[in-house]
Design a protein around this ligand. Structure first.
Ligand code: NAD
Length: 542
């Protein structure tokens, strides 16, 4: 038994490779893209380490070329959901009893496998299955996933070293127990790194999980599961069950042993999970921990002292990278009238230069949105703006789903600061702009603060540093991740802990102590060396 007290050092963030033409990483990636496009794999459920194929199946298709089937997957039925819960519960004791440094070593080995041997497998799967270009994929499935894995080992070591003081005649200890039960993890389609972290954060702290991945990210998520297993994750610690969210969710939430939900996705889904848990509260052994990061209506607020070029470049990248399907994407912008013409000219210039198309062609900045229902939903918002007298579409506006789900980056200018597309999350390449009078700065900041129910990310642009500071103060609760002179996307693990409040979630800051602490239920142990032998207290004795 190795009883050393060990601390993991602060890791470095994974460097982003450049993928220049002819670079070793580019050559390997192109080879892997061809390999994955030339095969159709099977994606089974993995429960207790066993691959399971049910009679219900579905297909994984490329969003940018939807006639191309990448995989056939198997869906969980009620039987497999029960098996996954049983398997997570059966693995709980061994996993939670294992030394935390051994658990951490599995996370660190997973990070090494992704950084090296499987870097291009994970990139190609994310590019093809989720329609990300190579840069967007590299920063997600490679860099962010690795950072989550490595930083969680480091942050866990900081939590484990927190101990109470011991006073005279006593020894006090804090034992960081995992939750008593299993954790239900529900992942979104848009970040493979999030799918990894939703599982590996509770797993790091000694929990076991039942994982319901998003159907539209199954290819990369399946490879992820295989990497965790290759890194040494024991059977049953994570149980991978693709299938219908409604079916799986309903059954999992009926389990007496549900100890927590780790969710990222829409506000609507999280609300329904929370409501179902609340209605069934007496069922559960403990109060389930509910941790959810949800939607956003992220803003970019421009002060008259800003540079039009800085604003336009950051608005374009922030709104349209990965087709606006980042929870942190800019989707509403407030521009002073004095700067509007120059910001507009710059934006239209970029729109005319940025190309859209297949992920295999690296000249494309924009790729496809994730699936048909998303395409239809986004187009419905655009049609709404087209038909409204309160708005003008100044760029984009067209969509074509004949080959892939392509929607042009669309910029709407509205005269109504409460216009529907200023308030509701669209989750697509649509940016709405409200031009305000320079003399209406204060009330427009207040409008920005109160227009939408969300509070995820936001940015202010200003060369006047005093003004930037005042805006930061006024918008204190408008965003959990707040940026000054930068786009509000691209948070990095260990540098900008991520999460928002209001309707954007529980703000437990993924990739840090705040999140990891939610996956433990500490036990305080007091030992007294010389127990009392007299019932009377000193003041009672003459
Ligand atoms: P979604 O809510 O549609 O789906 C998320 C997951 O929930 C999927 O796996 C889905 O199958 C599952 N699900 C759906 N209904 C369920 C039910 N009744 N029971 C159990 N599971 C169920 O979200 P999405 O479209 O995959 O992702 C986009 C959303 O995620 C956006 O709103 C975006 O803002 C949000 N998001 C937030 C963050 C963040 O950190 N705040 C990060 C990424 C994405």
């Amino acid at each position: 038994m190795n009883n050393a007290i060990y601390n993991f050092p602060l890791p470095q963030n994974e460097p982003i490779l450049e993928y220049k033409t002819g670079s070793p990483e580019r050559i390997l990636l192109e080879k892997e893209l061809l390999r994955q496009t030339s095969e159709t794999i099977e994606i089974p459920l993995i429960i207790g380490g066993i691959e399971i194929r049910t009679l219900q199946t579905g297909e994984v298709r490329m969003p940018h070329n939807h006639s191309h089937v990448l995989a056939k997957y198997y869906k969980a039925t009620e039987k497999e959901v029960s098996e996954a819960i049983d398997s997570a519960m059966a693995a709980h004791k061994t996993w939670s009893d294992l030394s935390w440094t051994v658990r951490a070593s599995i996370l660190l080995k997973s990070a090494e496998l992704i950084s090296g041997k499987y870097r291009q497998v994970m990139n190609a799967a994310t590019m093809l299955g989720q329609s990300k270009n190579m840069f967007q994929s590299e920063i997600d499935v490679v860099c962010e996933t690795i950072d989550f894995l490595k930083f969680n080992a480091y942050f866990a070591s900081r939590i484990y070293e927190m101990q109470p003081r011991s006073a005279f005649n006593q020894l006090n200890k804090m034992e960081f127990r995992p939750l008593e039960g299993f954790v239900f993890t529900v992942s979104p389609f848009n970040f493979t790194s999030i799918a990894s972290n939703l599982n590996m954060a509770p797993v790091m702290m000694g929990n076991t999980t039942v994982w319901k991945p998003a159907t539209t990210s199954l290819l990369s998520n399946y490879y992820l599961m295989k990497i965790f297993r290759e890194a040494g994750l024991p059977d049953g610690v994570i149980n991978f069950i693709p299938g219908s969210g409604a079916l799986i969710g309903k059954q999992v939430l009926q389990s007496h042993d549900l100890a927590g939900i780790h969710f990222t996705g829409s506000n609507k889904t999280f609300n329904s999970l929370w409501q179902d848990v609340a209605l069934q509260l007496p069922r559960y052994k403990s109060y389930p921990r509910l941790i959810g990061e949800t939607g956003g209506k992220n803003f970019l607020f421009v002060h008259p002292s800003s540079s039009a070029t800085e604003v336009a470049v950051n608005a374009y990248r922030g709104a349209f990278e990965y087709q606006g399907q980042k929870c942190s994407a800019v989707s509403r912008m407030y521009v002073p009238a004095s700067l509007w013409t120059s910001v507009k000219d710059e934006l239209l210039r970029i729109c005319s230069e940025a190309l859209m198309g297949d992920v295999m062609d690296p000249s494309n900045f924009i790729n496809a949105v994730i699936d048909e229902s998303s395409f239809d939903n986004i187009m419905e918002f655009i049609k709404y703006a087209e038909n409204s007298e309160e708005s003008d579409i100044i760029a984009g506006g067209r969509g074509d789903k004949s080959t892939g789900y392509f929607i042009e980056p669309t910029i709407i200018v509205t005269s109504n600061p409460s216009f529907r597309t200023m308030e509701e999350e669209i989750f697509g390449p649509v940016l709405t702009i409200f031009v305000y009078g320079d003399d209406k700065l204060q009330e427009t900041i207040e409008l920005c603060n109160t227009t939408s129910p969300y509070g995820l990310t936001g940015a202010v642009f200003a060369h006047d540093r005093v003004a930037a500071s005042a805006m930061c103060e006024q918008l204190r609760y408008a965003a959990g991740n707040f940026y000054i002179n930068d786009k509000p996307t691209g948070a990095i693990v260990g540098l900008q802990p991520f999460g928002g409040s209001r309707a954007s979630g529980t703000n437990d800051k993924a990739g840090g102590e705040f999140n990891l602490i939610r996956w433990i239920s500490p036990r305080t142990i007091k030992e007294t060396f010389l127990p009392a032998t007299e019932f009377r207290y000193p003041y009672m004795i003459d």
